[in-house]
Design a protein around this ligand. Structure first.
Ligand code: SF4
Length: 476
């Protein structure tokens, strides 16, 4: 007699990946599989505006959706629209019946909710937290040369490019990445790419304590391959660098890019040098929902591994309406780990950029989710839910040293000094302290009434909408 399955809070069921049929959308009815696999076709057919979205979706989306989208772009959007067909095809991935029900499904879709935000998504009273900032992690303040953030003692972030093949509504680097929108004029990189890369390499030569380089942007899929290969080869010549992590959401948003023979051949050459020098070369990507994990994504990840990278890892972002339930997180992680050769690594709390309150989760909710996903995946593939605390860095959500639940303020400490802190302290004739507590803030709508009342009395706490308020000129 077989054992009765025990009822569990989450029930794992192995599910095969599927590429949604793009021909369900009127504008792509005649697109062939060969065209779909072609990276140039994908880039040439990206959807960048409402007119192009109408050309793809035709009558399937009703005017109500386009009106909400236009209103969001005019009043709230921090990022301009840029959707490769691959990404758009993972939204509402079912055979449509009629425009009303397709539109409803599209409004409710988790991928749509962060890649193509509409006005109705935003919180009506508090779209922004009063403490939100356009460079919320203060990365540019920590640039040691343009585009190189030195925050941790042994690690740096190198931003090689300020564009991506797709733009995400919640982008942490909204200050720098992408085109300006009616709400925000973007900071611009001023150095020529070759000069910026030279300065970054010079700094790393002078700073052998840095052993780990996150090579990012923007998205590395937008760096011309010869330029990226040349940078990576020079990086590998520095004996001090032992870890290199290549950041590209395009593994998920435009896997066709990473499947191009020219790119894979080049990556193979770089991986061979890394292997000879015992440098850990990995690719980090960014999937937030199981719908995004399709056979093409799995194929791209497999191809990266076959080219010789040690690992492909996922750094998702925890967002309400997208993935902030144990089921959504675990479905995504099982698809990544079990079907797509991608290691679930982190989920970040959505950062405190303007107009992001509807996506952000409270700290206690993030802690609850971390507990809820423990014990199902292999330990090494159980992602950590982390908060990138401004001026501190990544912290596991259970590491808060104090938490005022009423006002939604958690407090964090750190165990190292940044270059910036040391410089500032020296100017004041002091030692940079390590015992300072740094605050982080829950979204206001998740607070109990007395907490919301308290914030209403704070500067910026009573404004009901950010709509119409532009964020003006860049910080630097
Ligand atoms: S791919 Fe990354 S850098 Fe580019 S818009 Fe999305 S979150 Fe920002």
């Amino acid at each position: 007699m077989g054992l009765q399955p025990i009822r569990q809070p989450y029930q794992y069921v192995r599910t095969a990946l599927a590429e949604p049929d793009w021909r369900r959308l009127p504008g792509w009815r005649d697109v062939t599989a060969r065209q779909w696999r072609d990276a140039q076709w994908q880039r040439a057919h990206c959807v960048k505006n409402i007119r192009q979205l109408r050309a793809v979706a035709g009558e399937l989306l009703t005017d109500r959706f386009y009106e909400e989208l236009a209103a969001d772009q005019a009043q709230f959007a921090m990022m301009s629209m840029l959707l490769p067909p691959q990404m758009l095809n993972t939204m509402a991935p079912y055979a449509p019946t009629d425009p009303e029900s397709f539109t409803e499904a599209f409004f409710a879709d988790p991928v749509r909710r962060y890649m193509l935000p509409v006005r109705a998504d935003r919180h009506p009273r508090w779209p922004s937290h009063p403490k939100s900032e356009r460079d919320s992690l203060h990365e540019a303040e920590m640039w040691v040369v343009e585009g190189l953030t030195h925050r941790y003692p042994t690690k740096v972030l190198a931003e090689l490019v300020s564009t991506c093949p797709q733009y995400c509504g919640h982008c942490t680097r909204m200050d720098l990445v992408g085109n300006s929108t009616p709400q925000v004029s973007k900071t611009r990189l001023v150095l020529r790419p070759a000069d910026r890369q030279e300065q970054i390499l010079d700094y790393l030569k002078r700073t052998p304590a840095v052993r780990d380089v996150v090579v990012s942007g923007g998205d590395l899929a937008n760096v011309p391959w010869p330029q990226l290969e040349s940078f990576l080869v020079q990086l590998l010549e520095l004996g001090s660098v032992r870890d290199i992590r290549l950041a590209s959401k395009a593994v998920v948003g435009l896997p066709q890019h990473w499947l191009q023979p020219q790119v894979l051949d080049g990556l193979g050459r770089v991986a061979a040098v890394a292997a000879r020098r015992s440098v850990n070369l990995a690719v980090h990507t960014h999937a937030n929902h199981v719908q995004s994990v399709t056979p093409l994504v799995a194929e791209a990840a497999r191809a990266l591994l076959d080219a010789g990278v040690r690992d492909v890892r996922n750094q998702g972002v925890l967002m309400r309406g997208v993935n902030a339930t144990p089921e959504d997180l675990l479905d995504l992680c099982f698809a990544l780990q079990g079907e797509a050769n991608i290691l679930p690594y982190y989920f970040y709390l959505c950062d405190m950029i303007p107009n992001s309150e509807h996506w952000r989760t409270s700290m206690h909710e993030a802690q609850r989710l971390q507990e809820a996903i423990m014990g199902y995946l292999p330990g090494y593939a159980t992602p950590r839910i982390v908060c990138d605390v401004p001026d501190v860095g990544k912290r596991w959500v259970h590491q808060a040293v104090a938490y005022d639940r009423l006002r939604g303020i958690s407090y964090w400490t750190k165990n190292y000094r940044t270059e910036l802190e040391v410089r500032q302290a020296e100017d004041a004739g002091l030692d940079a302290p390590l015992d300072r507590r740094h605050p982080y803030y829950d979204p206001l709508d998740t607070l109990p009434e007395p907490g919301r009342g308290w914030w209403s009395g704070q500067p910026g706490g009573s404004c009901s909408r950010t709509s119409g308020r532009t964020l003006g000129e860049p910080n630097s």
